[in-house]
Write a protein that binds this ligand. Structure first.
Ligand code: AMP
Length: 213
């Protein structure tokens, strides 16, 4: 299965991407995660990305398109992949289409802005990529990652003023992709629920109905 997952920041795309990745045994490629890793390592890519990520803007298209192309052509993606957070603009979607890589479905997790803002205030992440929420998806031990035991932290770009910018960026540049993929007949939309497992079930049903699983 070759799947794209879209949704506003905090809609739960990363969590669902990880769950599907485990279930289907295919890699989830998160451009946000790749950029954050580069920022932590202080590479040239990281230094450029930081300027955009920290303000909630989009990293320039040519940079992310290059990253994704490298991943999609790797052996790891031979049996399928999940793109989490890419494409995020019509230019990125056009570039992906030009690669000729087949896409089976584009899953949109829809969550109203007010709920996103409420959710983001409790989000905690781990350097290994896992994501938790103090209220909706608490780790077994407070502030400690279930997967690797590292201390959880709050992402810099989850600060309220940056979240507002990220939502604005989403509506302006990424939301138009919903129509783009609807026209391509690939759109699968679910309403994001309060509980992760409820969203997971809706996603499973929707993908199976679309014949993507
Ligand atoms: P995410 O973890 O998906 O919420 O991404 C975090 C941040 O990384 C975004 O707010 C953007 O600044 C940047 N980013 C991630 N994916 C993309 C993309 N496809 N295009 C441009 N910027 C991106």
């Amino acid at each position: 299965m070759n799947l794209i997952i879209m949704g506003a920041p905090g809609a739960g795309k990363g969590t669902q991407a990880e769950l599907i990745s485990k279930r289907e045994n295919i890699p989830a490629i998160s451009t946000g995660q790749i950029l954050r890793e580069a920022m932590r390592e202080g590479t040239d890519l990281g230094r450029i990305a930081a300027r955009y990520v920290e303000s909630g803007a989009l990293v320039p298209d040519d940079i992310v398109i290059g990253i994704v192309k490298d991943h999609l052509t790797s052996d790891a993606c031979r049996d399928g992949f999940i793109l989490d957070g890419f494409p995020r603009s019509v230019a990125q979607a056009e570039a992906l289409k030009k690669t000729g890589v087949r896409i089976d479905a584009v899953l949109v997790i829809d969550v109203p802005d007010e709920r996103i803002i409420r959710r983001m205030s409790g989000r905690q992440v781990c350097r290994c990529g896992a994501s938790f929420h103090t209220e909706y998806l608490p780790p077994k031990v407070e502030d400690v990652c279930d997967k690797c035991g590292s201390k959880l932290f709050i992402r810099d770009d989850d600060k309220p003023e940056t979240v507002a910018n990220r939502l604005k960026t989403y509506h302006e540049y990424t939301e138009p992709l919903i129509d783009f993929y609807r026209r391509e007949g690939l759109l699968v939309k679910v309403e994001g629920q309060e509980k992760v497992e409820d969203t997971t079930e809706l996603v499973r049903q929707a993908l199976s109905k679309a014949g993507a699983e």
